[in-house]
Design a protein around this ligand. Structure first.
Ligand code: ZN
Length: 321
């Protein structure tokens, strides 16, 4: 990857149900968590348009997910040499030129600090340079609030650091699962509710999905990692939460999400969602904080393959919310 080091790549064939079947499974499952649910098979909206503004039209074509690095490279002590190139991830997942979205950490080598990355990259292919539509959210050094920027306005690589949960596709238009859910009645976030619905139905057959959703109304609980890596090792969930900066952010928020119903034994982060907005807010999504009024609409596809790239040898379960 960017460091020149050759990382281990493990490939796994996921269970990939038909869209019509998934639509039924999620329609039933999400009803336990939301008062209003409508799941259907629909055309992917043109994602080059507002509010998405992606570099490609859709999330279709050879869908796969990649779990790169991991939280053990961030905590207890950050391993700053863990830098990856999204173009390399496209090649490593056997889809050079892919469109890649998801959630990760920014490269501290590029930024000089730690920050949240919202990858949205149409990767380089056949001499054509990458189009990097990513966003980056950092803690503002002046007021301690969120500072959201378009990555390409300052930086010219496609790197990220430490960890990334990525959805990889040809970026084409096509049929997707459209998920509409509003008025939350259960305890789960949208992403966790999708994941639990899949796990309840498919059991030990791992089903993974990736895509994008909008929180159209309400607010979301979020975090942004501090600009400075922790000076002392972060050894517990509580220490990690005290280090992170927590926010409540306002809709509309455009979220990129990767989830897998169950870890088939690759030390995965089973869900990870980052969002950006057009009003200066962005970060890591936990859930909405306004169950009575929240409204979600999202577009997802099940992935055919999982790629586990540069899996940490020494691992733990802290900090995976
Ligand atoms: Zn995150």
């Amino acid at each position: 990857m960017a460091t020149g080091a050759k990382h281990g790549i493990e490939k796994f064939v996921l269970y990939q149900p038909r869209l019509e079947e998934l639509s039924d499974v999620l329609q039933k499952g999400l009803k336990e968590n939301f008062a209003d649910v409508h799941v259907s098979v629909a055309d992917c909206p043109d994602l080059t348009k507002d509010p998405f503004g992606f570099p490609v039209k859709g999330i279709c074509g050879k869908p796969r997910i990649a779990d790169v690095g991991g939280v053990p490279y961030l905590i207890p002590v950050a391993k700053l040499d863990k830098i990856y190139d999204i173009n390399t991830v496209a090649r490593d997942t056997d889809l050079p030129g892919a469109f890649i979205l998801g959630a990760g950490a920014a490269s501290s080598r590029t930024l000089g600090i730690n920050a949240e990355l919202m990858p949205l990259v149409h990767t380089e292919h056949e001499g054509k340079p990458a189009v990097n539509g990513s966003y980056v959210a950092r803690i503002s050094p002046t007021d301690g609030g969120c500072l959201l920027e378009k990555y390409s306005e300052k930086y010219h690589d496609c790197d990220f650091g430490l960890l990334g949960n990525l959805y990889v596709s040809e970026g084409k238009p096509g049929k997707v699962l459209e998920i509409r859910a509003s008025r939350r009645i259960g305890q789960f976030s949208l992403v966790t509710a999708i994941r639990k619905s899949l796990e309840n139905h498919y059991g030990d057959k791992p089903v993974a999905m990736g895509g994008t959703f909008i929180i159209e109304k309400g607010k979301a609980k979020a975090h942004i990692m501090p600009a400075e890596f922790s000076a002392c090792p972060l050894n517990t969930e509580e220490e990690v939460n005290n280090w992170l900066k927590h926010f409540e952010m306002e809709a509309p928020l455009i979220c990129q999400s990767v989830l897998v119903s169950r870890d088939p034994g690759f030390d995965l982060r089973v869900e990870h969602t980052h969002f950006f907005s057009h009003h200066g807010e962005g970060g890591h999504y936990y859930t909405d904080t306004t169950p009575d009024i929240v409204e979600y609409v999202g577009y997802f596809l099940p992935a055919e393959f999982l790629y586990r790239i540069d899996r940490p040898v020494e691992t733990h379960k802290i900090g995976r919310d």
